[in-house]
Design a protein around this ligand. Structure first.
Ligand code: GLP
Length: 236
């Protein structure tokens, strides 16, 4: 695992965007695994700039997102589909038909998970997976648990995650209690992983994830088993 510490969120966002841009330049038809949350917003802003100045094109890129809230349709402004359109897809030359987010409104979420994994498989897997990390060590919405879960699956959100994400909703009660998330299989099978984290509050869980025991109680600790992980951290 490569750990890069930078001095500001701006620097983190620039570095992360440079790595993603390099991936797109080297393989224009790559599959990018994308993430939501506040951490990657600056990365997406930098990627938009790179498209605007002609440095890269998303024309042939396919994207697969990590997760989605259960019950929120793509038109809900807190759904992750909406987030992705708003923060990236609407501003770059990506073909929207090639952008994928799990459907949190599917009648059968287990089946939706199976279909999502089949899609990732059919695409040939993920070339570069971007991740954030939750304060409890979750990646995607893989919450601390008794065992690691492989496939894309529905999850009940931890009270601490609901608390952390309440800042985006009118009230804590509005935060969905469940989600559908890519499991560890597609994440760990990604050829390369890039994790971005900022703020002092994340340092402790980052250390536990990178140096502590590999345990489903700290979901991100599984990344120690991946051969190509880069973590970019900024205290600010
Ligand atoms: C959310 C997302 C994760 C994200 C995490 C951290 O719950 N499901 O994919 O990494 O929380 O979010 P933030 O970057 O806002 O701290």
């Amino acid at each position: 695992m490569k750990f890069i510490t930078v001095n500001s969120y701006e620097e983190l966002s620039k570095k992360a965007a440079d790595i993603i841009a390099a991936q797109v330049i080297l393989k224009p038809n790559c599959v990018l695994g994308l993430a939501t949350g506040s951490s990657p917003v600056g990365t997406y802003k930098n990627l938009i700039k790179k498209v605007e100045n002609g440095e890269i094109s998303f024309k042939d890129v396919t994207s697969v997102n990590l997760d989605e809230y259960v019950g929120l349709s793509g038109s809900h402004d807190q759904s992750y589909r909406y987030f992705m359109n708003d923060n990236l897809f609407d501003h770059v030359d990506i073909d929207k038909a090639k952008t994928h987010v799990p459907n949190g409104c599917a009648a059968d979420l287990v089946k939706e998970g199976e279909e999502y994994d089949n899609l990732v498989k059919a695409l040939g897997g993920i070339d570069l997976q971007l991740l954030g990390i939750g304060l409890d060590g979750h990646i995607g919405f893989n919450e601390p648990d008794d065992c690691f879960t492989g496939p894309t699956h529905p999850v009940t959100l931890d009270p601490s995650t609901i608390e952390a994400n309440a800042r985006f909703f009118a009230s804590k009660d509005d935060v969905p209690k469940s989600a559908i998330t890519m499991g560890m299989m597609s994440i760990m099978q990604a050829k390369r992983i890039l994790l971005v984290a900022n703020g002092k509050a994340k340092l402790d869980i980052l250390k536990k994830s990178m140096e502590g025991p590999i345990t489903p109680e700290v979901p991100a600790s599984i990344l120690q088993l991946h051969p190509d992980v880069t973590v970019i951290y900024s205290e600010n």
